[in-house]
Design a protein around this ligand. Sequence first.
Ligand code: PEP
Ligand code: MN
Length: 460
Amino acid sequence: MTDFLTPVLPRSTESASSTTAGLDAWRSMTAVQQPTWQDPGVYSASVKELSSLPPLVFAGEVDVLRERLAAAAQGKAFLLQGGDCAETFDGATADRISARVRTILQMAVVLTYGASLPVIKMGRMAGQFAKPRSSNDETRDGVTLPAYRGDMVNGYDFTPESRGHDASRMVKAYHTSASTLNLIRAFTQGGFADLRLVHHWNKGFMANPAHSRYESLAREIDRAVRFMDACGADFEALKRVEFFASHEALLLDYERALTRIDSRTSLPYDTSAHFLWIGERTREIDGAHVDFLSRVRNPIGVKLGPSTSADDALALIDKLDPNREPGRLTFITRMGATNIREKLPKLVERVTASGAQVLWVTDPMHGNTVTSPNGYKTRNFDDVIDEVRGFFEVHNALGTFPGGMHVEMTGDDVAECLGGADPIDQDAFLERYESVCDPRLNHMQSLEMAFLVAGALSKS
Ligand code: PEP
Ligand code: MN
């Protein structure tokens, strides 16, 4: 058993070895966006329980991902990261998980085939249960209650009971992540993701305008597969796909409790997911989030919004990737369509000049959020696409690599973002707006986006 992980013992009994030293330094730093747990007894019991539960991912898988991301940073692969803004416990059903995985597989096929590049498939899944919020409270009809902060913290229902911060929800988040990941592993290893089933993934999406475009691509792949089959090719490699899990590392109690020492290397890995990212609101260089994540071996992402200076980016590199290790650090830029062409070049130029090899990924969602006239949080598909185009333009002009995209999407037929080939208008929100947080691309918009990105990638 080379990659088995042993739990980190609770602090009081942990020997002061160099491997665990510093993992708790964040406790004396400013940690923004943390819950105010109501019951200290429930809090300690929950953290204790999480500390003794098995890891959700293994260190060996995390190391493989780091290698894959290193390839993407060098333009030899492309990262596709997608999923809900906020997963919910109720949403962790077989149908919904399967639709999301199928959609990501479809997008990946479109990108791989269109751009002839390996695509790293990663879900914002199996752990995306905690949300940073711009306001602590929410007011409806004169009643003010704590804001919803994700199912790991409180409930979406607008009642005082539901909105209280309940630490036992962290344990439920762990178990929901475990069952989600179990199904993802079954789908991606057990035959469902076999490339010879490209048509099958499209079933149930018949009414979709991107459907026929995808079908013709699937027919081309089929012909290629039959040709290879006739030549006696070995299809073992097509039967399974690698699929990685990621979420925003927001709740430091949860992330710390799931951090384990890898018995092969004696180094700490945050075993709640393969990839963790730091959000735009928690990337303070002296803050608790940056400190904690600087100490785990996982590949780390940081979201960079339009206010990021080149000095901020360089300081983050020094802290999170002092050894300039390819695959360690991903910058996920979310500038907004109107800013990207102006703001991104300065960052990329300075980072490149510093010698750091970060992976550049576009999040074309978060800088393009608006409120629809009828009061819904939404995004225009055209703005989303424009930011993606800007991302490619900037990297192509500078000779750097547009290495991936990060999108909020679902496999379901929801109406949350405006526009697309079969346009969603705001009236559709009344019937089909389901997100408890940010608006997601629906199945059709996701496929449409994949075709557009495949085109841009093959040119770049
Ligand atoms: C998110 O990814 O849902 C999010 C909150 O993003 P950001 O940190 O970029 O605002
Ligand atoms: Mn979001």
